[in-house]
Design a protein around this ligand. Structure first.
Ligand code: NDP
Ligand code: MG
Length: 378
């Protein structure tokens, strides 16, 4: 079981819940990082007493340094600060909970140190999954998923000695706030509409991804990379209640599912304690108070982002980095009020058309594809 962590993205939704789990389980916190939320990062430093605190934003790092001058906490800034956080000695698990592709290089660095990477930051696997998994293999690191669906699959795959015995991975999707709407009805949805998720309270970007259903597309690619599965062996089912977090169908037609309250503290905790299980803060599931559990087919016509993600997965190579870069840029512009909701899918589609993909991309190819896709999208 993990004894000490470094936490990338501590001020976010996953970051805050990770600290709650660490507090409850007595896991040490050696390093924390944020972008520019200095107020919360200072508070976290005073409570958890890490050795290192990092702000990606250099101005914010300077402010934090002044605020923490009465403590022993070392403060660093910029991408090299993030790398220091990812490779700090004496840490056994690095939690990747930053938002976006910016988490990729620190994730690779942690794996090169042979650490466990408890990974929430799905963009990393979408952009460079093969590279991440190969780095883990080569340096003796390991990637343990935090994303609830992938944690559910991971749990249902425990004891499975031969992946050849797996017929299908089934990812569940809540359907998001716009479930049942047509593309035309969604065209002019506002930021407030998109941020109103029915079951989960998450960061802004992933909440918009849930509204477009890009999130589920990203998760299909994430599952392909984590579990080395072809696209044809992964399916998506809409499950509005978010009680079943995903399922594995085996070749004998046994289907294993993981159930629980929609509470990220459970998958976060499992990524820290695996292969052990210990009592923790996640909410208990009372089956008798569950209403009916329902399942429906997804609707890629009205949710074109899902179809685009599957298309990028089919193309392979750097196409998934193009998909992700364009989506990050378009969602950022939507959140800034510069783009309509319906434009997100069109911008991603345009980037996939305009930017050429390469097979077997290197890290440089991926960084280039990401930059070109962002430019093509806005
Ligand atoms: P939030 O937006 O709540 O938090 C993001 C964190 O990353 C914050 O600490 C933020 O710092 C930091 N950050 C943002 N931009 C940068 C940057 N450019 N450089 C360095 N740090 C940065 O996101 P979530 O916690 O919701 O999500 C984090 C990741 O986990 C995402 O990849 C998401 O897809 C994934 N995930 C989240 C789930 C959830 O329930 N929230 C579920 C499954 C996966 P600051 O506060 O200073 O901006
Ligand atoms: Mg998820």
């Amino acid at each position: 079981m993990t004894k000490k962590i470094a936490l990338l993205g501590s001020t976010g939704s996953i970051g805050r819940q990770t600290l709650e789990v660490c507090g409850a389980l007595g896991i040490g916190v050696e390093a924390l990082s944020a972008n520019r939320n200095v107020v919360l990062l200072e508070e976290q430093c005073r409570k958890y007493r890490p050795r290192l605190a990092v702000c990606m934003d250099r101005e914010a790092a300077k402010t934090l340094q002044i605020k923490l001058s009465d403590t022993e906490v070392k403060v660093a800034g910029g991408p090299e600060g993030l790398m220091e956080c990812a490779t700090l000695d004496g840490v056994d698990t690095v939690v990747g909970a930053v938002m976006g592709m910016v988490g990729l290089q620190p994730a690779l660095a942690a794996l090169r140190e042979g650490r466990r990477l408890a990974l929430a930051n799905k963009e990393t696997l979408v952009c460079a999954g093969d590279l991440v998994m190969e780095t883990a293999r080569r340096y003796g690191g390991e990637v343990v998923p935090v994303d609830s669906e992938h944690s559910a699959l991971f749990q249902c795959l425990q004891g499975c000695r031969d992946r050849g015995g797996v017929k299908r991975l089934i990812l569940t999707a809540s359907g998001g706030p716009f479930f049942g709407k047509t593309r035309a009805e969604m065209e002019h949805m506002t930021v407030a509409d998109a941020l109103n998720h029915p079951n989960w309270s998450m960061g802004a970007k992933i909440t918009v991804d849930s509204a477009t259903m890009m999130n589920k597309g990203l998760e299909v690619i994430e599952a392909m990379r984590l579990y080395d599965m072809p696209l044809e062996k992964i399916s998506v089912v809409i499950h509005r209640e978010s009680i079943i977090h995903s399922l594995v169908e085996y070749c004998d037609n046994a289907v294993l599912a993981q159930l629980g309250q929609p509470d990220m503290r459970l998958p976060i905790q499992y990524a820290l304690t695996w292969p052990e299980r210990v009592p923790g803060p996640a909410k208990e599931l009372d089956l008798l108070s569950c209403k009916a559990l329902t399942f429906l087919a997804p609707d890629p016509e009205n949710f074109p982002c899902l179809a685009l993600a599957l298309e990028a997965a089919r193309r392979g190579g750097s196409a998934t980095a193009i998909l992700n870069g364009a989506n990050e840029a378009a969602v950022g512009a939507f959140l800034a009020g510069e783009l309509g909701f319906g434009e997100i899918a069109r911008r991603v589609e345009k980037a996939l058309e305009d930017v050429p993909a390469v097979e077997d991309p290197t890290l440089e190819d991926i960084l280039e594809a990401d930059a070109a896709a962002r430019q093509a999208a806005i």
